[in-house]
Structures are given as structure tokens and as C-alpha cells.
Ligand binder design. Sequence first.
Ligand code: ADP
Length: 152
Amino acid sequence: MEKIAVFPGSFDPITRGHESIVLRALPLFDKIIIAIGENSDKKTYFSAEKRLRWINRVFKNEAKIDVITYNGLTVDFCKEVGAKYILRGLRTSADFEFERSVGQINKKMFPEIETIFFLTVPELTALNSSIVRDILRHGGDVSQFIPEGVDL
Ligand code: ADP
């Protein structure tokens, strides 16, 4: 059976942190679905179309990667696409506390799911999408924080 993993997130916008997790996870799975969550009560900075386009561009040469937007519960999306693994990155202890709860509740709702955590590489620990958005709002240069091929 194909080993399919879902990497869910807002990717608002995709950063080198996200890219690094996907590239590290790639050898472990037959397919990784980067799943852009469209949560109606969470206002995003960039449109879903742009976020989708940028991620597709970053991984355009990777046949094992699909990029899809989804609504609703991540576990329901995983069932829909036949994924038994959820990928998440851990930067800090705050990430861990949040992810522990989400991961345990997801397991309650869908017992076959396993959440796989990747510790961030040290040089990317300080990076997150919200900092990138703040720099952009103030006209700064974010090129060192986002993957090649993303023209924000
Ligand atoms: P969410 O909206 O669910 O927080 P994000 O788009 O911010 O989603 O992040 C998606 C996933 O990518 C999360 O698991 C997050 O921990 C991980 N991630 C974000 N930034 C980094 C980084 N710099 N290094 C490693 N993982 C990261």
C-alpha cells in the first residue's frame, strides 16, 4: 500500500522552514500532500490561489508531491486522500504543547493516523510565516527566508 503523508498548514506564505520539513520527509513516503487549510474564520494575508501557486512552483520537479487546498478537519481530509500520516514541524516547546494536544485528539478521532514530528534544523528555528508577513508589511526583504522561485 502506498505510504501517503499530509503536511497541513496555512503556508501564509511558505517559508524555508516548511520547505525543509517537506524535503526531509520526502525519502520516507511514496507521496506527500501539502494541504493548505482554508479555515473560514482565519483571515490569511495571501489568497489561497497565491499560496497554492507558490508551493507548486517550489516543488515543481518533485513527482511525489501534490499541493491541495482543503476545508474542515485535517483527519477527514486524510481519510479522503488515503493518508495515514500527518507531518508537523517542532520549533519550540510551545509548538510541542500545541501539537501534542492536536495530535492526541486527531488520534482519538482517527485511530489509524500517526503524526510524525520533525525537529527543526537549528538555523530555521526562529523562522515562521508571521515574521515574514511583518517584514513584508514594513517593506523589508524576505528573500533569505522564503524558498527559491517564490516571488511574493
Ligand atoms: P499552522 O497554520 O498550522 O501553524 P503553518 O503554515 O504555520 O501552519 O505551519 C505548518 C507546519 O510547518 C507546522 O507544523 C509548523 O510547525 C511547521 N513549520 C513552520 N515553520 C517552520 C520552521 N521554521 N521550521 C520547521 N517547521 C516549521
